[in-house]
Design a protein around this ligand. Sequence first.
Ligand code: NDP
Length: 517
Amino acid sequence: MATTVEQHPAQTLNGAEHGREGIPVENPATGEIVATVPDLGADAVAEMAKNARAAQPAWEELGFEGRGRVLLRAQKWLMDNAKQVIETIVSETGKTYEDAEFAEIAYGANAFGFWAREAPNYLKDERVKSSQLLVKGKKIQLRYRPLGLIGVIGPWNYPLTNSFGDCIPAMAAGNAVILKPSEVTPLTSLLMAEGLRECGLPEHVLQIATGRGETGAALVEEVDMIMFTGSTATGRKVAEAAAKRLIPASLELGGKDPMLVLKDADVERAANVATYYSMQNAGQTCISIERVYVEAPVYDEFVAKVSEKVRALRVGKPDGFGSVEVGAITFPPQLETIKDHVADAVAKGAHVIAGGHELPGAGRFFEPTVLVDVDHSMKCMTEETFGPTLPIMKVKDEEEAIRLANDSPYGLGASVFTTDTARGSAVARRLEAGAANVNDAMVNYTVLELPMGGAKASGLGSRHGAGGIRKYCAQQALVVTSRVALKREPHMYPYRAKTSRLIARLFKFLYGRGRRD
Ligand code: NDP
């Protein structure tokens, strides 16, 4: 496809900027270079920030209705242009057409409508009642106002869902946004920005800062709040830089999601869910199923079903709907991590019962792989693999499954399979994860009404729900005293012993009455 680059004054068509080499964008399924984008430096990011700050007040002034109209037009634009957007996503990620349609287009379209509709509800002024005597009769309100300029740093695995899942609520709240997409997958962001402009988004309300890690670091220096999705290691760097500037940071980081299959589970459903949610997007999803613990009585049946289903998956270059189930490995170093985790497991005694190898040829592919006889001495059970691999471990009971599931620095998602949903919910509540599904996996991400965020090293803050838009705002407490108020209230100067003793007695009456046990 042709490059579609928002022209920054310092950019030229070959992607060069201020003498910096452009960044070539590769199709991971073919190895071909499909475009070159600019590698913007700190000066260009600073200029973008200046333009964004100039554009933001008018955007805020438009109000929820005016902003919502643009977002609803964008929802329609995305549906009308779905084919072009899917082809762009596939060209830079190598994912299947279904992975682009189900997990990116559908998410994006829903998100435009959701935030257009819900922003005014989540951000409207709240009338607050207080038990505090001093403010009786006063009007007390909580108000949310946009922070101004939000930086969004996106990863390469879902160029639409991950990045725009944050840009949309940030803009709906009245902020200007600068998005720094992954250097590996910048084209979807550029196309989406063009679409939004067609839908009437004012100039500079959303700008795309293409570049490498250095561009992301420069962005953190310019914005009022940073939303980051990516690895835990880079997330820490971003959090440190944000802390130095005292700006808020929200971080969605890595995961090692466990799946627990209890002995009373519907094994056929559990096997289908395990196969799909470990291999979908070639396993390159922060909430992929990365490891499975199966109670001994159903272990053999589960392993047999999963390995048969995984062996049947077609892997290779996507060529329209229905062409393959598993696409390419998007990020070159990821392939080395996947190979390393499989080799490490095998060296320590694991057995590969499906797949296990990189595919030869031009693109970057790894066979859908099932590992058994695994344990927590192996990287495949403790470190994020982010690939089409599924290690399965036999456990003696529910307690052991819970203990091992929680034996991880990560805590993004988790799932439990049992026909006893009360038991499933009780187990889910004991898992140290930001989200837990019973008899399903990953679907919580589609529920925009629910917070999506990680426990432990999986992140800080959350996206979606009320918190997913309020984080792009400053809270302001408003207390309004009527003009008919007393000229001098009893606690004010001058202090008089009699009045002070009376007030002290009043406090004792309010807070000190009655027995406590
Ligand atoms: P990174 O965390 O390095 O990159 C994420 C984003 O941050 C990219 O846009 C990257 O730019 C940018 N970035 C890099 N360095 C800095 C910096 N110092 N300051 C600000 N921004 C920066 O992830 P990778 O793409 O390298 O993937 C590494 C691992 O992260 C994967 O193997 C996987 O385990 C995990 N991951 C998790 C994801 C999730 O959804 N939680 C998504 C993707 C990856 P650039 O790409 O240009 O370097």
